[in-house]
Every structure is written in C-alpha cells, then in structure tokens.
Design a protein around this ligand. Structure first.
Ligand SMILES: [Zn+2]
Length: 55
C-alpha cells in the first residue's frame, strides 16, 4: 500500500515530533513531544522545573 498524506496530528496520532516515539508523549506549549525530549529542550532553553504538580 502506498499512501502519501501529510502528517495529521489528531486524536490517535500522538507521537513525539522530536524523536518520534509514542511513549509518554505529552502536549506542552503546543508541542507534541515525549517527556524525555522535553527535558532536553528545557535544559537547552534553560527551563527550570518549578512547582511540579501531579505527575
Ligand atoms: Zn521524544
């Protein structure tokens, strides 16, 4: 099957836009990335983890 469609980010299509994993992908700042990448990004931009509520 050959189907070439533009990527659609809807329900059921959650995947890290950085590494492409489907595990622990969360939406943050209109960005779909996994917790792992988020940490890296935060570290890059110098984001400090403050008031971590919940999990
Ligand atoms: Zn990732």
């Amino acid at each position: 099957m050959q189907e070439r469609r533009e990527i659609k980010y809807g329900k059921g299509s959650r995947q890290c836009q950085r590494c492409g994993t489907h595990k622990g992908v969360i939406r943050r700042a209109d960005l779909m990335i996994c917790r792992r990448c988020i940490r890296e990004i935060y570290d890059k931009i110098g984001f400090k983890k403050t008031g971590s509520r919940g999990g």
